[in-house]
Ligand binder design. Structure first.
Ligand code: A2P
Length: 336
């Protein structure tokens, strides 16, 4: 990764900052990094180790100077600029939902379907939805072993999934409520402090929210199985970092729970924490700043031999967004 020039678009945001921190961790030098944000941040500097990076306006960037561009500045910015970036020869990894379900765009979780890139001739690669990534990381080895048929999932999603403004609203409201004041909501549709909200993204005409449809559609695309029956309920909870998902899954074959543990523990990027009798299970706080996806509370259904349930937690800003995007780049660089 050392000689690769990487542009981070949305660098002052929650995911952008995490991208910079991972790029620093893996040793990409400051002179290889370009940072872009909205007009209001242009000219500001971002600390990158001992160096300062100056935030640039996207219109001032010569995209052909970069090998990779990581976009996390919202769908409108991706829609407007990524085609121009790709035309210049630079490979885009886009963290927004804009391209994910487009037929000619690959939707990649490197541990699962990196090889699908060969099927597409695309300079734009989509990074999946955060809750979807962590869920499919667990479903993939189970699917390969038992054959996935149906999924019922409920999520418990942290405020950082809505970007820095989501976290800020949780903090501000918490402080107001603790001081006996009324909390007003600007970003979320209801009060998030000391509450939970059964809505993430807008509602579609089907009654499902767009976030729920993302989980349902993206799972099928990533696992390359269009006939999985899946229903999702996505809920925002007053947590800063770490999404949790509760999954009930049915398979073609009877589930052997020991084999399920074995295939999960062998799958790269998945860790099992599952000793309920010792109160050992993953919670969002345990997973913040970690790269792995954690699975807990694995249990076979007492009356359905083909079904099991599990609990899964991951850092939504890392594996759910920034890390997954950078892992795609790392694999592409290694392959070249
Ligand atoms: P800024 O901080 O200047 O608003 P988050 O998802 O955490 O809210 O972050 C969104 C990111 O996208 C921020 O870095 C934000 O910059 C950036 N952004 C928003 N609009 C634009 C734009 N039109 N061009 C480039 N970056 C943008």
């Amino acid at each position: 990764m050392k000689n690769q020039n990487i542009l981070v678009v949305g660098a002052t945001g929650r995911v952008g900052r995490e991208m910079l921190s991972i790029l620093q961790e893996i040793g990409v030098p400051a002179q290889n990094i370009g940072v872009v944000a909205s007009e209001r941040s242009v000219g500001q500097t971002i600390l990158y180790g001992k160096n300062s990076l100056e935030v640039k306006d996207i219109n001032s960037i010569n995209f052909s100077e970069y090998d990779y561009a990581l976009f996390s500045a919202g769908s409108a910015v991706s829609a407007k600029y990524t085609p121009k970036v790709a035309e210049s020869g630079c490979i885009v990894v886009d963290n927004t939902s804009f391209f994910r379900m487009k037929e000619d765009i690959p939707l990649i979780v490197p541990e699962i379907n990196f090889d699908y890139l060969e099927r597409y001739n695309s300079k734009i690669i989509s990074n999946p939805n955060c809750s979807t990534i962590q869920m499919v990381m667990v479903l993939k080895p189970l699917h390969d072993t038992f054959g996935l048929q149906e999924v019922v999932v409920s999520t418990y999603q942290a405020t950082s999934g809505a970007g820095q403004k989501g976290v800020d609203e949780l903090m501000e409201q918490t402080e107001l409520v603790l001081h006996g004041k009324t909390a007003t909501s600007h970003h979320f549709k209801r009060q998030i402090a000391f509450n939970i909200i059964p809505q993430i993204d807008e509602f579609s005409s089907s009654g499902y929210t767009k976030e729920e449809l993302k989980m349902m559609n993206e799972t099928k695309k990533i696992l390359d199985k269009s006939d999985i029956i899946i229903t999702a309920t996505c809920v925002r909870v007053p947590v800063i970092v770490g999404h949790a998902v509760s999954v009930f899954a049915q398979f073609d074959k009877p589930v052997d729970i020991q084999l399920a543990y074995q295939v999960l523990s062998n799958f790269p990027g998945v860790k099992i924490i599952d000793n309920p009798e010792r109160y050992e299970y993953a919670t969002p706080i345990d997973c913040a700043s970690k790269n792995d996806v954690y699975v807990s509370r694995l249990r076979k259904h007492p009356d359905m031999e083909n079904a099991l349930s599990f609990w899964c937690v991951a850092d939504n800003v890392r594996k759910g967004a920034a890390l997954n995007a950078i892992q795609i780049v790392q694999r592409l660089v290694a392959q070249r």
